[in-house]
Design a protein around this ligand. Structure first.
Ligand code: ADP
Length: 523
């Protein structure tokens, strides 16, 4: 497959324009190329998607679910091909690449199973006797064109977290994968348009930041996952265009381990949460705080477990490496910079701490004697570092966890679930786990979103997964046919007084005011 040109991945891309090369960061080999779309190409694609959308909406939720399930079948039937692209374009271990299949299944199954209930009109009870004659409904209508812009860390899994929900809502979707890892997603979109007989309501705009900017110009709703810097720029543009934006941005998730925690589970959780996908997840464990009494035991066990991890780009289907390459030179530079800064300020590296000679591999690294003056404790790492810091009291741990501009998710580890919940509630993050790491992101019924600089809005959250891509129309109808409303024109003294009395009688909470007998304030 090396060097093979991808077929046109989108509904309208020109096949003879400029192209982008995609490299495997593990070995530098070219994996494929994709079109580098201009703003005009994106506008053309958006117009085609808009033209196809009404028919898609008309299909209804059951019809749409059929196409989504056909797509899932195609993904599974072609998994070696598709996840092989993920494996190579991101330089992942095969295990990390193969796990993205779970995301495809979970998301498509959830929206196809529940979509019909999520999109249908919803009746609401009236509030107050003045509305006795009203019937209330929330009617939902999809945004016609939803943009989904994603980063490079989960080439297939990341767009799959948002695109099925938007399609189930009845929207057309203009997706934009990262220029670093566009191949697997472009292939999945090609399959939607060419292999399964679905309406052409899913586009893939490949390219870099300028292509992403053009996507934001064209759509009616923008869902973005990526850096806080880019997310802020998109949020500003969305505000100017007055379109809604949902932004899932960076994180610096804290793991807080108390003396009474199950140390083996906590260590295993730290290893998984810190090093899964080479630490390149927004919800990765990025800093660990351990209480005095458990600190030394935790650190010893952590180092022993970390040293068992196998780093490499194993062959497809082999499962012989735990995590693979850093995706870009830039990511490698951030990790190296944070380790150098920590060392300069007095931190000790207990294991790891030096990149490998060949390929973009960085070993799992444990740092101790760290503090909040160091960039490894303040700035997003997105790499295989676990800095561990000691604390004494719960208040101190909460203060440390909250000493961050980010607020994505985190975890508390303790024998008492109740105590864990209460302490977790005091940490300012959009997600929290007790005795687990990363687990909240797999719970589709719960909202996933960041506080502070980690984002705006949320994905998932049960019905929200689909309904966020729909406008709401408040529909009011009359139960009985009356000639008019009593408060309509003309205002007549007797009638208006009667209305006023009824209003007070039914709308106030103490008898004196209900009967108009409350003392007037003295001026
Ligand atoms: P990273 O992928 O390193 O987190 P970004 O947040 O910049 O970095 O990128 C995430 C996605 O946003 C990518 O698909 C990228 O091409 C796209 N992108 C970058 N800049 C912009 C922009 N100004 N407007 C829209 N999309 C952008």
């Amino acid at each position: 497959m090396t060097g093979k040109l991808q077929r046109v991945p989108s509904v309208a891309a020109e096949d003879n324009g400029p192209r982008l090369e995609v490299h495997n960061p593990a070995n530098g080999l070219v994996v494929g190329t994709v079109p580098n779309l201009s703003a005009d190409d994106v506008a053309k694609m958006a117009a085609e998607l808009r033209a196809a959308q009404p028919e898609w909406e008309e299909l209804g939720p059951h019809g749409r679910a059929r196409h989504l399930l056909n797509w899932l079948d195609w993904v599974v039937d072609n998994e070696d091909h598709l996840f092989g692209l993920v494996h190579r374009e991101a330089g992942k271990s095969w295990g990390d690449a193969a796990l993205e299949l779970m995301v495809c299944m979970e998301m498509i199954n959830f929206v196809t199973k529940n979509g019909a209930a999520f999109v249908k009109d919803e009746s609401r009870r009236i509030h107050g006797p003045a509305s006795f004659n009203k019937r209330l409904l929330v009617h939902r209508k999809p945004y016609q064109l939803v943009g989904v812009i994603t980063p490079w860390n989960y080439p297939l899994g990341m767009p799959m977290m948002d695109v099925p929900g938007a399609l189930m809502a009845g929207a057309a979707v203009l997706s934009k994968p990262s220029e670093v890892t566009p191949l697997a997603w472009a292939e999945a979109v090609r399959a939607w348009n060419e292999e399964i007989g679905a309406p052409r309501v899913l586009g893939c705009a490949t390219g870099a930041g300028d292509t992403g900017r053009a996507v934001v110009e064209e759509v009616d709703y923008i869902q973005f996952t990526g850096s806080t810097k880019t997310g802020r720029a998109i949020g500003v543009r969305a505000a100017e265009r007055l379109i809604p934006a949902s932004l899932e941005l960076g994180g610096k998730d804290a793991m807080v381990v108390f003396d009474d925690a199950d140390v083996d589970r906590a260590v295993a959780g730290a290893v998984w949460g810190g090093f899964f996908n080479a630490g390149q997840s927004c919800i990765a464990v990025e800093r660990v705080y351990v209480q005095d009494g458990l600190y030394q035991q935790f650190v010893d066990k952590l180092v022993a477990e970390v040293e068992k991890l196998r780093v490499g780009h194993d062959a497809q289907g082999e499962f012989s490496a735990d995590y693979g390459a850093m995706a870009t030179d830039n990511q490698m530079a951030i990790v190296e910079g944070q380790v150098a800064d920590a060392r300069d300020k007095g931190a000790r590296v207990l294991t790891g701490g030096k990149r490998s000679e060949r390929g973009l591999f960085y070993p799992p690294t444990v740092l101790v004697d760290v503090d909040h003056t160091m960039s490894c404790m303040r700035d997003e790492t997105f790499g295989p570092l676990l800095p561990v810091m000691r604390f004494s009291t719960a208040d101190e741990a909460i203060d440390l966890a909250n000493d961050s501009p980010y607020g994505l998710s985190g975890s508390v580890w303790t024998a008492s679930v109740e105590r864990g919940r209460q302490l977790g509630n005091r940490i300012d993050t959009g997600g929290m786990n007790v005795n687990n790491a990363l687990a909240n992101v797999f719970q589709i019924p719960l909202p996933m979103g960041g506080w502070k600089q980690s984002g705006l809005g949320h994905r998932f959250g049960g019905p929200n997964m689909v309904q966020k891509y729909m406008k709401q129309q408040a529909m009011v109808t009359e139960r009985l046919r009356l000639k008019g409303e009593i408060y309509w024109y003309p205002y007549v003294l007797k009638k208006s007084r009667a209305v006023d009395r009824v209003l007070r009688l039914t709308g106030l909470h103490d008898w004196r005011r209900r009967l108009g007998r409350a003392p007037k304030p003295s001026s």
